[in-house]
Design a protein around this ligand. Sequence first.
Ligand code: SAH
Ligand code: SF4
Length: 373
Amino acid sequence: MEITNILDLDAAGIERFVASLGEKPFRARQLMRGVHQRFAGDFLALTDLAKALREKLEATAIIEAPTVVGDATAPDGTRKWLLDVNAGNAVEAVYIPEDDRGTLCVSSQAGCALDCAFCSTGKQGFNRNLTAAEIIGQLWHANRTLLAEGSDAPWVAQGRAPITNVVMMGMGEPLANFDNVVTALSVFLDDNAYGLSRRRVTLSTSGIVPAIDRLAEACPVALAVSLHAPDDALRDRLVPINRKYPLAQLLDACRRYLPFAPRDFVTFEYVMLDGVNDTKAQARELAALLSDVPSKINLIPWNPFPGAGFRTSPRSRIQEFQQVLTDAGYVATIRRTRGEDIDAACGQLAGRVQDRTRRTVRIHTPGTPHRAP
Ligand code: SAH
Ligand code: SF4
């Protein structure tokens, strides 16, 4: 008999599964709360369920997050878990504690097929999509571990979970793993699970245009778009998916998304690469480009990794770039890098991917089968 991993299921899935055991829908909600709010690791711990149901669950289901194969904490409190996702592959989840929130940066794929020039995940090629359980399991694991260790975050004392914000900014392109990512998002938002508001969940994409439209319908969370260049010629080089979905199409998709979005702006991420995309003229071009999309711009000092062939822009240049944008009326922030000592900073997530032979597999675009700002 097939064993069901409860971490793989959203509310509808749990309801179907519980019905298949001959149980009422309210049992599904109890089960969901037990797993995602009390972080039960086995069914016998769910003492509010009848013993007969617990025994049925023991026989037919599991609660299984990816196995932790590494756990490192930086001096600034940033913590990185390395999670085994089978066949020699590992992905990373990063916890970023701040005074008023606890953010988890979640991975969606082992590797990434999109091959952005400056990204270490992209450089290792694509292995496979994570399952919903592997995505949801990152949040389940982080909350469960931080609670068990005794989090001192003030909101935890008030009965909230340690993780208050989720950013889909770890390894992989979330919109290239659409169905599993949407299942995970719906569990993040579900009141019987993590109950996060849509503005506390941010999905970052390199710009798979049809999937942005599908996300607006399926689960419109806060949107961050990895721009990195103010013109198509440069973006074609830095973010190769631009050759398929150039800037005009991407910005149109952002405008279509906004009416569905929980925030009234799109966050544009812009990694600062010395001598590549960081001149004042480029800042002015960027300001002009975004003039009719309500936006916030997040400038990310590029995190180096060996053999990348880029340098981080000097601090002064990043500040000048920011100033041009501010003068043009934009809210532009410079991202503080966190967790550098443990290679947990944005875009440094390398994990481990054994099978690099599928490097040439290009992304299936949706429609075909297949810290928060
Ligand atoms: N695939 C998605 C989400 C994961 S990457 C995307 O590309 O948006 C999250 C962010 O980190 C993206 O903006 C990405 O461009 C950026 N990034 C990638 N490599 C980086 C690096 N070495 N230094 C800084 N940011 C990087
Ligand atoms: Fe993939 Fe994002 Fe890295 Fe590009 S920046 S290779 S889309 S993970």
